[in-house]
Design a binder for this molecule. Structure first.
Ligand code: CP
Length: 312
């Protein structure tokens, strides 16, 4: 399987074939996590830095576990306990870490484009684990793996993404990926949080959730990103909940076999009711499980693992 990229900075720079290669590789690697000994020597000797300038539960832990399951050495860096608090710049931080002969940097940062900046001067592989409001490529890939397992195809699938689209790197990466694989994507939320500019990427836009959810195959709910909002985008959380929360009544308008997704963290009873988040239709924890396989695949493809070693 050819994958000719040094870095994974976003979905926009991947072809549909690149995405299929990552998903196929993730499917092959996923069984390692169900073995009694969850470890193969594919990346033995490789050193990875998990560089997180923003909080994370899922992405950081699953990259760490993915690296360990492939036998790489991984070191966790968090902004709060680093010399960043003493004023060290991003560039100096990277140059100092690279002086320790590392092979890859997994990076989350509040500034859009920061992994692209880092990739312009460092010699390590750079993997974007979420940059500002720009992209979150491995989230889109694990979402795609989950949809593929549940629906088998992307062609003409109706995927409704609901919430704070404006500030969501997940919505952007999902939109780019799903359009490359042939799905129909409808973005839903208050007009202040769903800019018409997304139409140029092939999205349909609807400000009425009850209408948009009709015949949906996949309903993906997003959190309101209060930490990124610079002004008031809607009158109150209770009004937002009334119009844009996923409730059983609303979900009954989707296809009978529709699935519920959410990248997490969820805010129960704000964008999704507890009974929907925990329902049999919810694949939210399946998404988290698939995060390990997708991140193993990305590390394997970028850091040059040999295919024959998967079965070792
Ligand atoms: N989905 C996601 O990126 O979750 P974390 O912020 O916990 O990594």
């Amino acid at each position: 399987m050819a994958f000719n990229h040094k870095h994974l900075l976003g979905i926009q720079s991947l072809s549909a074939q690149d995405i299929r290669t990552i998903l196929d590789t993730a499917e092959s690697l996923s069984e390692i996590s169900s073995r009694e000994v969850k470890k193969v020597p594919i990346l033995r000797g490789k050193t990875i830095i998990n560089l997180f300038y923003e909080a994370s539960t899922r992405t950081r832990s699953s990259f760490e576990l993915a690296a360990k399951r492939l036998s790489a050495d991984i070191s966790n860096f968090s902004k709060a306990t680093s010399a960043v608090v003493k004023g060290e710049t991003l560039k100096d931080t990277i140059l100092n870490l690279e002086a320790m002969n590392i092979d890859a940097i997994i990076m989350r940062h509040a500034s859009s484009g920061s992994p692209h900046f880092v990739s312009s001067f460092c010699s390590s592989h750079v993997i974007n684990a979420g940059d500002g409001t720009h992209e979150h490529p491995t989230q889109a890939l694990l979402d795609a793996l989950t949809i593929q397992q549940e629906k088998q195809t992307f062609k003409d699938l109706k995927v409704v993404i609901v919430g704070d689209i404006l500030h969501s790197r997940v919505a952007r990466s999902d939109l780019y990926l799903l359009k490359k694989l042939g799905a129909k994507v409808v973005l839903v939320g208050p007009p202040s949080l769903v800019p018409p500019a997304f139409k140029k990427y092939g999205a349909q836009i609807d400000y009425n959730f009850d209408r948009a959810i009709e015949d949906a195959d996949v309903v993906m709910m997003l959190r309101i990103q209060l930490e990124r909002q610079k002004r008031i985008y809607f009158p109150s959380l209770s009004e937002y909940h009334e119009l844009f929360s996923l409730t059983p009544q609303r979900f009954s308008r989707a296809k009978h076999d529709a699935i519920i997704m959410h990248p997490g963290p969820i805010n129960r009873d704000v964008e999704i009711s507890t009974d929907m988040a925990d329902s049999a239709k919810s694949v939210i924890l399946k998404q988290v499980e698939n995060g390990i396989a997708v991140r193993m695949a990305v590390l394997y493809l970028l850091l040059g693992g040999k295919e024959r070693e998967i079965t070792d």
